[in-house]
Design a protein around this ligand. Structure first.
Ligand SMILES: Nc1ncnc2c1ncn2[C@@H]1O[C@H](COP(=O)(O)OP(=O)(O)OP(=O)(O)O)[C@@H](O)[C@H]1O
Ligand SMILES: [Mg+2]
Length: 181
């Protein structure tokens, strides 16, 4: 039986857990800059890495995830269908770098559903891209990083990205050059 989950239009973004710090950030001049950031991060990712994609509705989380999945899939990804997991909650893909899980937790009812969705296991074994990690805050995996996408006030045509991660994060160190560029 399906349940109606009523959510506010603009829910507050969750604060990062204690011990997480801002590592880097920069402006993204338009959608192509967001996609280019995803393509720059793709080569440094490996199985067990999780990127939490935080931002309001329309911030560009799916746009980033799509470009990243395409890059990881190589030539096969160029024409692959990469639907938003808004309703399925999770979509999985195969790539040379390992399995990729793309999740959107916006409509997840209870954090316990992470197990049913296979996401808790995927976070250890696959590359995971998770939109709306606010739903599981403050239980963000210590192996994850968070990319927060924000629309500057009065500048809807661009975004700003901030990378947050636990202090000393190995994944953040691997992504640093791309995010601080
Ligand atoms: N740097 C950018 N500057 C301006 N627009 C951008 C930028 N990056 C992405 N966008 C645009 O933002 C729009 C919304 O993107 P997207 O659907 O990925 O949002 P979302 O964060 O996944 O939203 P939702 O929470 O509803 O799933 C797209 O039209 C995309 O082209
Ligand atoms: Mg989305």
């Amino acid at each position: 039986m399906s349940r109606a989950i009523i959510l506010p239009e603009d829910p507050d973004l969750a604060a990062a857990p204690a011990g997480w710090v801002v590592v880097a950030g920069r402006a993204l001049a338009g959608p192509e800059a967001t996609a280019a950031l995803a393509r720059a991060i793709a080569p440094v990712l490996r199985a067990g890495d999780t990127i939490l994609l935080q931002g309001q509705l329309g911030a560009g989380k799916s746009h980033f995830a799509r470009a990243l999945i395409r890059a990881l899939m190589g030539p096969e990804g160029e024409c692959a269908e990469i639907p938003s997991p808004t309703f399925t909650l999770v979509q999985a893909y195969d790539s040379a770098a390992g399995e990729i899980f793309h999740a959107d937790l916006y409509r997840m009812g209870d954090p316990g559903e992470l197990v049913e969705l296979g996401l808790d296991a995927a976070m250890e074994e696959a590359i995971c891209l998770i939109e709306w990690p606010d739903r599981i805050a403050p239980d963000w995996p210590a192996t994850a990083i968070c990319l927060r996408l924000e629309t500057p006030v009065g500048a809807a045509e661009r975004r700003e990205v901030t990378m947050l991660a636990p202090e000393g994060s190995d994944l953040a160190a691997r992504c640093h050059v791309a995010v601080a560029a």
